[in-house]
Every structure is written in structure tokens, then in C-alpha cells.
Design a protein around this ligand. Structure first.
Ligand code: GTR
Length: 411
């Protein structure tokens, strides 16, 4: 072995030792070591120091920084209330969420079905819809789709809510600044390298729907899940990281820069996603094209940002572009943060078989048979998971994920 080789070996073994998870050939950043190098040992240290560090790293290197939270002039306009929708089983509400900023004004159309024959306020599921509105979130229900099975959601006692992501920002690299991004920018000047991209803007929009739920006595805002598929799944995860009011965060087939570990390098890569969808992220993210190892974060830390709340990752067996194994491994490596709160995470390092969901812990996972899609099977498992945790928690008389309770082991 020559000198250079010896040096390389020493350097790489140092790198492996300095990272918590030198396994499966992966050397991942440790969610429980601060930037200054100290170990995070308590929920207080996680909440007070480390969580904020990771969030900032994702903001400045991946998704970009939203320049606004809840705008001062946010306004809800009920454009329709139909108490006898779905043959009398639900009340349909259509609400326009209005906002304005230096660059103009915009509105998000929220469609909401509240079950008429279930206890209220009802817990709910909010879908960030990234497929054609008319076919998938039709308020009239003339068109129905497994992508948003509102009837089934209502039948299980949940409120079903959805909005179309294009109300916030067009999913188009030449036009994405025409919505909220342009509205909240100071008109002139270059975009900062950490300015928000479309995913952060869509996630911000989901937060505005939560602002509305807080005002609606029919919806239990302490038990709302945010759900998204694929690019919508990436958005749901970023939304749950930024907005801790969501008690359950569900990523379906979210893949690269969603649930899948960047360093796993299966399916879509950082370089490929940045080339095809440069508008989804901040421009700093381009620095990591083909340099995943230099990212100061990886996606298990995004999952960990949900702790101690519930999080759910769903993969599909034929969806190799989204890297099911990389999605599963993120859940595995997020687990130490849940354990810090005394909560069970996934409970296994073994990827489950198709059709055998993992629902025991605070991190849920399933592998569905089939292709890249959001199907009724996925929704049924999401609701099984919510039933299990929310009903158990309500029997225990507490709210899921409340940090002060979660500091102690629960089971
Ligand atoms: C693909 C993209 C994925 C995923 C998907 C989708 O083309 O490569 O990252 O987001 O689109 O949103 O359907």
C-alpha cells in the first residue's frame, strides 16, 4: 500500500467512525450529533438545538426558505356549504383562502367533506393534489378517483380535504414564480440561492389550509394528516417539517428528495432531479449534483424532523425510480430520534414484504404491490394507522405527539 492509499484508508475509516450509520455501505449524517460535535441526549436538546439546525440545513441547501409564514391579511371565504353532499353522508365546504403580498394576491381553493354521522370535531386528511383537479378532487363527485377516495375517508369518520398545488405555484420551471413565490418577493433583484422553490411554496400552502382548519369547529386541527404522492409526497414531508401543527405526515412514493436517502443512490439522483425540475428546490441544491456525500443532511433527518409526531412512508414494489429500499432506510435511521422521546419508531431494520404494513410504532411504513401511484390500498392503510394511534391516544386521554407527554415512554 502506498502513502496515498494509506491516507485514503485512514481518512475513510475516520469518516465511517464519525458517522452514526456506517452501514449498508452508507455513511450518513448523524441526526443526534450537533454541528459543533456534541451528542444530543435529551428531547430538550433535540428541540432546543438540533432540530433547528437540521431544519436550517434543509432550508439553505435543499428546499429553500419561505419568506413568509401566515400572512397578516389571510382571509377565508366560504364559497359553498352543502349540508347534504354524498347522499346526505357529508357536508361539503368549499373555502377560498385569500392572501396578498408585495407582488399581488392569490387564493387557494380548499375542498372539504366533513362526515355528518361521526363525532365532531372530526380528525382529517389533507391531500396536496398534484394530478388534474377535475379528475381527482372533483367536489361534485361526478368524477371519482382512488387518488382521493373521499367517500371512503368520510365513511371511516374522517374529514376529507384537498387542494390543487397549482393554486400556489405553477409546476413549470419557466412559470413557477407566478404564484405565491412572486407574490411574496420584493419585485426586483436576483433570487437568493436559498430562496424557496415550488415544493416549499406548495408546503406553505398546506400550512394555510391548516390555518383554516383551526377556525372550523367541524375539524379537529390537532388530528390532521397531510398527505402527498410523489412530488406531492416530497411536499407533504417538507410541510410537516416546517409546520408542526400536522399530527401525522404521510409521504406516498415520494422518492428522491422525499423519503429516499440521497446517499443510497438508487433510482432518481440529485443531479437528475435538479436537471429536470430545477424549480422544485433552491438553487444551492445544484451544488450537490453527483456529490450526495457532501450534503450536510440526508433524508432520514427529514423524517426525524416529524418526531415526536406520527409519520408514514409508503412505497410501491415496482417503483424503482423512487427507491423503495432508500425510502424504508430513511425510516430506520430516523428511529433514534423517536427513541430519544421514548417512542417506538419502526421497530425493525428488516424491510417488510409486500402487503405487510408496519403500524406498531410512531413511524409507519408499507410496501404496496404495483407501480408508482396513490391507490385505495394506500389510503386504507393510512387510515388504519391513524385509527390505531389516534384512537389509542384518545382512549388514553391525550393528544398524539405532544412533546411534553412524549418525553416519557408510552408503551
Ligand atoms: C418524476 C420525478 C419524481 C416524482 C414524479 C412525480 O418524473 O422524477 O421525482 O416526483 O415525477 O411527481 O410524479
Amino acid at each position: 500500500m502506498n502513502l496515498a492509499e494509506t491516507f485514503l484508508m485512514a481518512a475513510s475509516s475516520f469518516l465511517l467512525m464519525s458517522c452514526a450509520y456506517a452501514t449498508e455501505g452508507l455513511s450518513l449524517p448523524d441526526p443526534l450529533t450537533t454541528i459543533a460535535g456534541s451528542a444530543v441526549r435529551t428531547p430538550e436538546e433535540w428541540r432546543g438545538v438540533r432540530r433547528g439546525e437540521i431544519l436550517e440545513l434543509f432550508r439553505s441547501n435543499v428546499y429553500g426558505r419561505a419568506p413568509v409564514a401566515r400572512p397578516d391579511d389571510l382571509r377565508f371565504e366560504a364559497v359553498e356549504i352543502e349540508p347534504r353532499a354524498m347522499s346526505g353522508l357529508a357536508t361539503r365546504k368549499q373555502v377560498d383562502i385569500h392572501f396578498s403580498g408585495p407582488g399581488g394576491e392569490g387564493a387557494i381553493r380548499l375542498v372539504l367533506f366533513v362526515p355528518n354521522h361521526a363525532p365532531k370535531p372530526a380528525p382529517g386528511f389533507l391531500l396536496i393534489c398534484n394530478r388534474p383537479r377535475e379528475e381527482h378532487i372533483d367536489p361534485t363527485r361526478e368524477k371519482r378517483s382512488e387518488f382521493w377516495p373521499a367517500e371512503e375517508i368520510v365513511a371511516r369518520g374522517y374529514a376529507a380535504a384537498a387542494f390543487h398545488y397549482s393554486d400556489i405555484a405553477p409546476d413549470d420551471s419557466s412559470r413557477y414564480q407566478e404564484g405565491a413565490i412572486g407574490i411574496f418577493s420584493d419585485a426586483e433583484g436576483e433570487r437568493a440561492p436559498d430562496a424557496w422553490g415550488a415544493i416549499a411554496a406548495w408546503a406553505w400552502g398546506a400550512g394555510r389550509a391548516m390555518d383554516y382548519f383551526e377556525t372550523d369547529p367541524d375539524v379537529d386541527e390537532s388530528r390532521v394528516a397531510v398527505v402527498g404522492h410523489s412530488r406531492g409526497g416530497k411536499t407533504a414531508l417538507w410541510c410537516g417539517a416546517e409546520d408542526e401543527r400536522f399530527a401525522l405526515v404521510i409521504s406516498n412514493n415520494s422518492g428522491c428528495t422525499g423519503a429516499a436517502l440521497a446517499r443510497h443512490r438508487q433510482g432518481e439522483t440529485v443531479e437528475q432531479i435538479n436537471r429536470r425540475f430545477p424549480h422544485w428546490f433552491c438553487s444551492n441544491y445544484q451544488k450537490y449534483n453527483d456529490r450526495e456525500d457532501e450534503l450536510p443532511v440526508d433524508q432520514h433527518e427529514l423524517i426525524a424532523l416529524m418526531a415526536p409526531r406520527l409519520v408514514y412512508v409508503a412505497s410501491a414494489s415496482e417503483d424503482s425510480w423512487a427507491d423503495p429500499e432508500g425510502e424504508f432506510l430513511s425510516c430506520v435511521y430516523a428511529e433514534p430520534v423517536y427513541r430519544l422521546f421514548g417512542l417506538p419508531g419502526l421497530g425493525t431494520k428488516q424491510m417488510p414484504e409486500v402487503g405487510r404494513p408496519l403500524h406498531e410504532g410512531y413511524i409507519g411504513y408499507h410496501l404496496r404491490a404495483g407501480k408508482h401511484n396513490l391507490t385505495q390500498y394506500d389510503w386504507m392503510r393510512f387510515m388504519d394507522f391513524a385509527d390505531r394511534h389516534w384512537r389509542e391516544d384518545s382512549r388514553a386521554g391525550g393528544q398524539p405527539g405532544a412533546p411534553e407527554e412524549a418525553d416519557q415512554p408510552r408503551r
